[in-house]
Ligand binder design. Structure first.
Ligand code: PEP
Ligand code: MG
Length: 545
């Protein structure tokens, strides 16, 4: 018998089974005035044992890791066993401190010394903090803070994942992700989708999942089953097998079962993403988020820097479509070099194209000039990419005409816009009369249609791109495109969901752009459905109350 099932928002369509490894919450500082439970000698014994356990664990992992990683881990183990640290701990337990407080204070003393030394030593402060937290956890029996370190695959359970956590996480070991917070466009969800890891986010009750408990995470159903039955485990294994077979069986350009082409493209943030896009068989780039190149820049990128960055991406897809989005600054993507001022509602403020219609227009003009130059820089004899350029956060036909005129003035031929503000979808006819194409950004379109901030985990259930209100806006845009003979694609996260991709095609979308890891599954889903079946799925989805 399986235990009760926890529910949340599924990301992806796969399922996986495995043991829970919890991400430990940051530990509170051990209280300064707490009375020690044991004698000074006993407290010292506990502290020494904790430090030895931490060192042993680090040495064990070093032996498994080998290479440079082993050296780093061994150096950390040596720090934990440093005799002068042990002396400092002993002095503190002798003065009546608990084992955990003594360890905490002794590391704190070292920390100050290192931080004050500057340079290389100061950079080791984070290692020391990590060691201190481990030693305190070992002394108190609490779970280790931070991402789990396991030698065998696990289901990661966390409150939510920050970019800093995932940077140190060995994703090859993560069978599935379960988070208590986060919505369908949260960092966790985007990461899971880009790595093809099944995830269920916003799971109430995730905090109660015990370390080591066996669970089944079903992203398609949005469920987490604790202590799954043998039948459920067999079903998950069978699903994995048939999924692998379906993925292996679908090759080449995207098309429906009755042969209607649906171009499957990659979302990229720079040339570093090209190998994955090419390996997935992407038919070009459907969204190049150029602002991703400059999220850390304190000064605007020069014309030359931009030409090189754009040329590198264009070179990856000779003769293929590469859709470049001009800088999308503001709200969830602040650019340090672009001061947009304090606003009460940044997502509704001066962001996207709006940020460049006033005093910052020069930045947009430099970018458009650099894009035109990058296209011409393909090199002698090389086939250039088919460069399409589009603007984010366009409100209507007036915005569209302004951008199209500006871009054409720089010699850019195929100019379009993103449809991610509901007004642009409602005015799709005017928008597409002025533009060469439209690409629907379902992440923002969902946020604005349902008035649900995409950054807020607790609004996860409202951030639903399958909502009929969002789908009606997609339908309106698709219909305007069909009437005017202008291509309409989708480049938001919805395109990466194989079931929703079918609905989008049924609503008149002719291309889908997504994280490269999602392409194979979407290709397989399309190959298994005719256009009429996609239309029937779309009609059913539109009827959902
Ligand atoms: C979108 O809003 O759907 C989109 C693709 O753009 P971003 O996620 O970069 O805002
Ligand atoms: Mg957007």
């Amino acid at each position: 018998m399986s235990d009760p099932v926890l529910r949340g928002i599924g990301v992806g369509s796969a399922a996986a089974a495995g043991p829970v490894a919890r991400m430990g919450d940051p530990l509170p500082e051990p209280p300064a005035g707490a009375a020690a439970a044991g004698t000074a000698q006993q407290e010292l014994g506990r502290a020494v044992a904790a430090l030895a356990a931490v060192a042993a664990e680090l040495n064990r992992r070093a032996a498994l890791a080998g290479g440079e990683a082993a050296q780093v881990l061994e150096a950390q183990a040596m720090m934990a066993e440093d005799p002068s640290l042990a002396e400092s701990v002993a002095a503190r337990t002798a003065a009546g401190r608990t084992a955990e407080r003594a360890v905490f204070e002794a590391f704190g003393e070292y920390r100050e010394l290192l931080a004050g030394a500057g340079g290389y030593l100061a950079a080791r402060v984070a290692d020391l903090d990590d060691l201190a937290a481990r030693a305190v956890a070992a002394a108190t029996g609490a779970s280790m803070p931070g991402v789990p370190e396991s030698d065998t695959p696990f289901v990661l359970v966390a409150k939510d994942l920050a970019p800093a956590d995932t940077a140190v996480l060995d994703l090859a070991k993560v069978l599935a992700l379960v988070t208590a917070e986060g919505g369908p466009t949260s960092h966790t969800a985007i990461l899971a989708r880009s790595r093809g890891i099944p995830a269920v986010v916003g799971v109430r009750g995730a905090a109660g999942l015990a370390e080591g408990a066996e669970v089944v995470v079903d992203a398609a159903a949005g469920t987490v089953t604790v202590h799954p039955s043998a039948e459920l485990l067999a079903e998950v294994a069978e699903r994995a097998r048939s999924r692998q077979a379906a993925l292996a069986g679908a090759h080449g350009p995207g098309r429906t079962a009755d042969g209607v082409p649906v171009r499957l493209m990659a979302n990229v943030g720079g040339a570093g993403d090209l190998p994955a896009a090419l390996a997935a068989g992407a038919e070009g780039v459907g969204l190049f988020r150029t602002e991703f190149l400059y999220l850390d820049s304190d000064t605007p990128p020069s014309f030359e820097t931009q030409v090189e960055a754009y040329r590198a991406v264009l070179a990856g897809f000779p003769g293929q479509r590469v859709v470049v989005r001009t800088l999308d600054a503001g709200a969830d993507k602040p650019l340090p070099f672009l001061p947009l001022g304090e606003e009460p509602n940044p997502a509704l403020g001066v962001r996207g194209l709006r940020a460049f219609r006033g005093e910052h227009r020069g930045l947009l003009e430099t970018q458009l000039r650099a894009l035109a130059a990058a296209r011409s820089a393909a090199g002698p004899g090389a086939e250039p990419a088919d460069l399409w350029v589009m603007a984010p956060m366009v409100a209507d036909g007036v915005d569209t005409a302004w951008f199209v005129d500006l871009a054409r003035g720089f010699g850019l031929e195929t100019v379009g816009v993103m449809v991610e503000v509901p007004s642009a979808a409602l005015c799709a006819h005017e928008v597409l009369a002025a533009a060469d194409f439209a690409s629907i950004g379902t992440n923002d379109l969902t946020q604005y249609t349902l008035a649900a901030d995409r950054m807020l985990g607790e609004l996860g259930p409202l951030q639903d791109p399958c909502h009929p209100a969002v789908l009606r806006l997609v339908e309106l845009t698709g219909a305007a495109g069909a009437e005017l003979g202008r291509p309409v694609g989708v480049c938001g996260e919805a395109a990466a969901d194989p079931r929703l991709a079918l609905v989008l095609v049924g609503l008149g979308v002719s291309s889908l752009s997504m994280a490269p890891s999602a392409i194979a599954e979407v290709r397989a889903a399309l190959a298994a459905h005719t256009l009429d079946q996609c239309r029937a799925l779309a009609a059913a989805a539109l009827r959902r109350a």
